[in-house]
Design a protein around this ligand. Structure first.
Ligand SMILES: *Cc1c(COP(=O)(O)O)cnc(C)c1O
Length: 409
């Protein structure tokens, strides 16, 4: 990466984050400790949820959410084909079948009517993704889900800080899952968080996260999640000292190691404390793009519905329908040659090689998602993007558009 490059994304790490991680290192307690709990409380409170369960990635969180809802082989789970692949892969992890429904061309989220039409007696859950942070239709999904008594898993991995009216993303559905990869609104390096008001789901996810250790309420499990934590710290110093470890070596179900370390949690807690500031910075960058691109008829800008707070995950614009996929790909390649980050967020999941192979999906199955997907361009988007950099990005994009138009004529 040259010093001139404007990357697609960049984390925003201050001395506050560095101090927080350093102090965990000095504390000697590197996993299952108090910082994880603080992070869980802070983030859950932020999105009006009773429980937060930190985990090693957003993908791990979605996997555990499906398991906690009892989704398994023979079940169908409805989701969008226009998303990051993790939101569908987790359905395969539990042996269930992904059922895709096409998207709304404006909001890029699942079309609520098509969602309703896709429900069968085998449908066990809905994974509703807030694509690029847009919470459109979540209330409509809730109505459909209520009618058929289906749980919604809100994949809010891209939507921390978004809201519909006064309802924050993370508060829709039975369970919500956030992700903290470095390009998200806040990062832990790698990490995720499940949020829910359902204590049984919270307990189950805590057990799954930590090798299937007993739930706090089961008779064999005298340990609360906190006590399990203490046992965990103890086991590192006294592997042979079973006495006093309580349920630490009892495994009631097939679990995983999906824990988040204290180092990661410290980073996440510091970022959560700065969240309002971070969101304001991202809004500022989005405003700059809107200002410069509004009125450019070659470009379709993101749509935010009224009464919605949009937290910007990435800034994805679309080329007008007159542009082909090849033209879009050349524009992206051209921007990259000029050291401007650009990407084709997202290729449709159903057209990924192994989905085609395994399920026989083909082009034309979800025409709106496909049409949108071949014309999207994600442009550089991060908190400290300057006005000059935005100008350079837009000029480079416009240069590439002009080239394609000249080639055509
Ligand atoms: C980022 C993301 C995830 C989870 O990502 P991880 O890298 O596993 O944290 C899941 N779904 C969507 C829609 C995402 O954007």
């Amino acid at each position: 990466m040259s010093i001139h490059e404007i990357p697609l994304s960049k984390p925003d790490i201050t001395s506050m984050e560095i101090d927080a991680v350093t102090s965990v290192l000095r504390s000697g307690r590197l996993s299952i400790g108090p910082v994880q709990e603080q992070f869980e409380h802070a983030l859950a409170a932020r999105v009006n949820r009773d429980f937060g369960i930190a985990c090693s990635s957003g993908t791990a969180g979605l996997h555990m959410a499906l398991l906690a809802l009892g989704v398994g082989p023979g079940d169908e789970v409805i989701t969008t084909p226009f998303s990051f692949i993790a939101s569908a892969n987790v359905i395969l992890y539990v042996g269930a079948k992904p059922v895709f429904v096409d998207i709304c061309p404006k909001t890029l989220n699942m079309d609520p009517q098509k969602l309703a039409d896709a429900i069968t007696p085998r449908t066990k859950a809905i994974i509703a993704v807030e694509t690029f942070g847009n919470p459109a239709h979540m209330d409509a999904y809730e109505q459909v889900a209520a009618k058929y008594e289906l749980p919604i898993i809100e994949d809010c991995c891209e939507a921390l800080g978004s809201a519909v009216g006064s309802r924050p993303c993370g508060s829709f559905g039975r369970v919500g899952v956030f992700g903290f990869y470095p390009n998200k609104q806040i990062t832990t390096g790698e990490g995720g968080m499940i949020v829910t008001n359902d204590k049984r789901i919270a307990d189950m996810c805590r057990s799954l996260r930590s090798q299937g250790r007993p739930l706090p309420t089961t008779p064999s499990g005298t340990a609360s999640p906190t006590a399990v934590g203490i046992g965990g710290a103890g086991v590192t110093t006294a592997g042979s000292a079973h006495a006093g470890l309580g349920s630490w070596l009892v495994h009631e179900r097939l679990g995983y190691n999906y824990r988040l370390s204290e180092l990661h949690a410290a980073l996440g807690l510091a970022q959560t404390k700065r969240l309002d500031h971070i969101l304001a910075k991202r809004q500022r960058v989005s405003d700059m793009y809107f200002q410069r691109l509004l009125g450019n008829s070659d470009v379709v800008l993101p749509t935010t519905l009224p009464d919605t707070t949009q937290s910007w995950f990435v800034f994805v614009l679309r080329l007008a329908t007159t542009y082909t996929r090849d033209e879009r790909d050349r524009i992206i390649a051209g921007m990259r040659r000029h050291e401007v980050g650009a990407a084709d967020y997202f290729p449709c999941i159903h057209l990924q090689p192994f989905y085609r192979e395994r399920f026989g999906f083909k082009s034309g199955d979800f025409p709106i998602a496909e049409s949108v997907s071949q014309r999207t361009i994600a442009v550089p988007f991060y908190n400290d993007l300057t006005e000059r950099e935005v100008d350079f990005v837009v000029q480079t994009l416009e240069l590439m558009l002009t080239r394609e138009n000249i080639k055509r004529s």
